[in-house]
Design a protein around this ligand. Structure first.
Ligand SMILES: Nc1ncnc2c1ncn2[C@@H]1O[C@H](COP(=O)(O)OP(=O)(O)O)[C@@H](O)[C@H]1O
Ligand SMILES: [Mg+2]
Length: 298
């Protein structure tokens, strides 16, 4: 993690591309001669259908995630962030567009995409920390018992919980439980780690500490991360690239580079200016609002 000069920070948050409504009009990438993206989300619209109505959660969303990216989806509550993550995880199918991971269209959930949620109760309470991390490794048939236990120990150590390997979730703080969830996800060595507001329920100090730890972990392991948040500050700190989503239904308004920011930049004026710019961009009214919002009656 680097400490920034104000000059570098001032350049960090610049829109790298304006998004058009039609996916075909979107350039493949702003990175130039970059390799093929690990994850391609192209023209993805997602809907919930109930007997009474259709709710469009996202409208023709495009973004590419490259290996070792920390890509953040930033948008107000209800704009479809969780729905997008569920679609990448394979729980929901797009009504248009496609999601491709490593060249293969996503059609169902798989061990190559692991989600960490906000909730603290995502760990079965009757399993110890070690058992929680071992379980998916064994259940998915990835590893035999001894290898699974060794790998679990490795990742529990990485998140600093070795001393708590035999503790039960109810004996841990909220932050510690999230560390277990992160260790459990990373132990599966997924192609991409999906995190849905994982720190939103934590107190401010713990949240900051968890952001710091996540970045340190990324420095060490270099996993690919797709991270959802409604916090502008968190997006700038955690992400190297940030996609701004419009309010419901979510559409990508802009993509910004944020790789020069980290927790050390938070107090700087450049950081605060970046926050302000993103805030204005997020909440400005959208002249191209998609039809049928917020909900189209059937
Ligand atoms: N199971 C569901 N059935 C119907 N509508 C839903 C369901 N889940 C979410 N929605 C709606 O889809 C939209 C996007 O929700 P969500 O993806 O949870 O937003 P975010 O995570 O950005 O807060 C919201 O309008 C929400 O009310
Ligand atoms: Mg959500």
């Amino acid at each position: 993690m680097t400490l920034l000069t104000a000059d570098r920070a001032a350049q960090a948050v610049v829109p790298v591309q304006r998004r058009a409504v039609e996916p075909a009009a979107v350039p493949a990438t702003a990175v130039g001669s970059a390799p093929a993206p690990l994850l391609r989300v192209a023209g993805v619209s997602l809907e919930y259908r109930t007997p009474e109505r259709v709710v469009r959660a996202t409208h023709r969303v495009d973004f590419d995630v490259y290996e070792a990216d920390r890509f953040v989806l930033l948008g107000p509550s209800g704009c479809g962030k969780s729905t997008l993550l569920k679609a990448v995880a394979g729980f929901i199918a797009p009504i248009e567009g496609e999601i491709v991971l490593g060249g293969v269209p996503v059609r169902e959930p798989g061990p190559d995409r692991i989600v960490v949620f906000q909730e603290f109760d995502q760990l079965p309470p009757w399993k110890t920390v070690a058992q929680n991390v071992v379980f998916p490794l064994r259940a998915s048939g990835v590893l035999g018992r001894r290898e699974a236990e060794a790998r679990a120990r490795h990742y529990i150590d990485k998140v600093g919980l070795s001393q708590f390997a035999d503790s039960y979730p109810h004996q841990l703080s909220g932050g510690m439980k999230q560390r277990v969830a992160i260790a459990r996800a990373l132990a599966m060595q997924p192609k991409i780690l999906l995190m849905d507001e994982p720190f939103a329920a934590l107190d401010a100090l713990t949240r900051r500490k968890m952001q710091e730890e996540l970045l340190a972990l990324w420095d060490e392991v270099r996993f690919t991360l797709l991270f959802v948040t409604h916090s502008i500050e968190e997006a700038l700190v955690v992400g190297n690239r940030v996609a701004l989503l419009s309010p419901h239904p979510g559409r990508v308004r802009a993509e910004v580079n944020s790789h020069d920011f980290d927790l050390h930049s938070v107090g700087s004026s450049a950081f605060q200016e970046a926050v302000q710019r993103l805030h204005e961009r997020l909440f400005e009214s959208d002249p191209n609002a998609a039809p049928g919002t917020p909900a189209a009656p059937r």
